[in-house]
Design a protein around this ligand. Structure first.
Ligand code: HAM
Length: 430
């Protein structure tokens, strides 16, 4: 018997429905914010996907030669593909440009809770603005999505790549060294990050600054930023980065968006393309990011386009589904409102079909019993498949313009007028 490849999952109906629900809410939100959907290929050239991602992702891409001898890879994220488009086909489109994508991504990660080799993201990218309102939009949009989905107590971990970069640039560290410091910070290996910096020859003052930064995290965002600004005062562009983060968070707060933010001065994300704010979202008790994003102002240029500033976020659909389950309110599945319509006799079949159409037109999912089975067998079958309501259509009840409605979960049934059937089911299943 064949099995799925390690790390790959079959999503059976309930799981598939939960995933599609999160995807659908993400898509609706993209429209509310003016993001247009694009669909890019799963397979891209290796060089595109490898540029400015991270060492870890580069090593974990599904890479192979196609039959034409091209080195290709399955996309580990959307950002590179969207940036490729913006640097090429969409080059002349007016800015700002807001683009949405949803679909599957591939990383050869070690499978564990919340970490899969095939996973799904809803991805939002905003091109053309380097202003704080663009960063604030990406944060607010993420906040709206998680709220709309019904998640509670989620938080944003926020930092700014410019803080560390400003310090390390001034200390003369090349990009490769800076990347390795960032990778270690991303893995929370603060000591190792300090060691790399020390061995790269940074000043003692710099080491002290870094050490203090790595320890700085708090819910009082503006207080932390004040402290951080003090700590990095000798590094001009690090100060500018702190001021930029301040502006973004201030704008978000003053807009009335209720964001629960923790500022972490030593926060780094693995990806190499970030140039500004970076953030991740979390719920309590689940130590994996539900989504992550940030500003990347140099990528389009690197891909051969004009310099175009950009900021974006990817929401991890699989992990949001896990978070909803953890907080015990997974979205109601359609099954919980589903109806089976069973005709007692052949002569009531046409009416059964008519009633099915009536119920569907109110948005209820309806199956018709099509196997010609006895009522009791049809009910057993409906029960086995988790159908919520049965409508039994018999000639006797029809004479009085009535049908039997059975609540399959409670096991209760009653005879009700056809005129109130839809309303009864809709109210009951709310
Ligand atoms: P990322 O942090 O690599 O960022 O991924 C974003 C989200 O995708 C994560 O927070 C997580 O929810 C989900 N994710 C990542 N890897 C896995 C996995 N192996 N299994 C399940 N879920 C996973 C990016 O991908 C950037 N492209 C985000 C971005 C967009 N930055 C700017 N624009």
């Amino acid at each position: 018997m064949f099995k799925t490849v390690r790390g790959m999952r079959d999503l059976l109906p309930v799981d598939a429905e939960r995933m599609r629900h999160v995807e659908q809410v993400s898509r609706e939100l993209s429209k509310l914010y003016g993001y247009e959907e694009i669909i890019t290929p799963v397979l891209e050239t290796y060089d595109l996907l490898a540029a400015k991602t991270s060492e870890e992702i580069r090593e974990r891409m599904y890479t192979f030669k196609d039959l034409g001898g091209r080195k290709v890879a399955m996309r580990p994220e959307f950002t590179a593909s969207v940036a490729r488009l913006v640097a090429s086909k969409l080059r002349n489109e007016p800015k700002p440009m807001r683009l949405f994508s949803a679909g599957s991504l591939y990383r050869y990660d070690e499978p564990q809770y919340g970490r899969f080799r095939e996973f799904w993201q809803a991805n939002y990218e905003l091109f053309g603005s380097s202003r704080p309102e663009a960063d604030a939009e990406i944060l607010t949009l993420t906040n709206d999505l998680l709220t709309k989905l019904g998640l509670k107590n989620f938080r944003f971990k926020v930092g700014h790549t410019g803080i560390l970069k400003g310090i390390l640039d001034q200390e003369g560290l090349d990009e490769a060294k800076q990347d390795s410091v960032r990778q270690l910070l991303d893995k929370k290996l603060w000591e190792d990050a300090l060691t790399v910096a020390r061995e790269a020859g940074v000043s003692d003052n710099c080491l002290a600054v870094l050490e203090s930064l790595f320890e700085t995290r708090s819910e009082n965002a503006f207080k932390v930023l004040e402290n951080v600004k003090d700590t990095v005062q000798d590094y001009g562009s690090a100060v500018a980065a702190v001021e930029n983060l301040w502006k973004i968070l201030e704008l978000t707060r003053d807009s009335g968006a209720q964001l629960d933010v923790i500022v972490e001065a030593g926060f780094a994300r693995g990806l190499e393309y970030y140039t500004g704010i970076i953030f991740e979202s979390y719920i309590p008790g689940l130590d994996i990011a539900l989504g992550g994003g940030g500003r990347y102002d140099k990528l389009i240029q690197l891909f051969g386009g004009e310099p175009i500033p950009a900021v974006g976020v990817a929401q991890g659909i699989d992990r949001i589904v896990l978070a909803l389950q953890k907080q015990k309110h997974p979205p109601k599945t359609l099954k919980e409102r589903s109806v089976v319509v069973i005709s007692v006799k052949d002569e009531s079949m046409a009416k059964a079909l008519e009633l099915s159409a009536m119920l569907r037109s109110s948005g209820l999912p309806v199956e018709v019993a099509v196997m010609g089975r006895s009522i009791s067998r049809a009910m057993t079958d409906a029960n086995r498949r988790g159908v919520a309501y049965a409508v039994i259509v018999g000639p006797k009840e029809l004479e009085e313009k009535k049908v039997v409605l059975k609540d399959m979960n409670k096991g209760e049934q009653r005879t009700i007028p056809i005129s109130s059937l839809t309303e009864e089911i809709l109210t009951d299943s709310k």
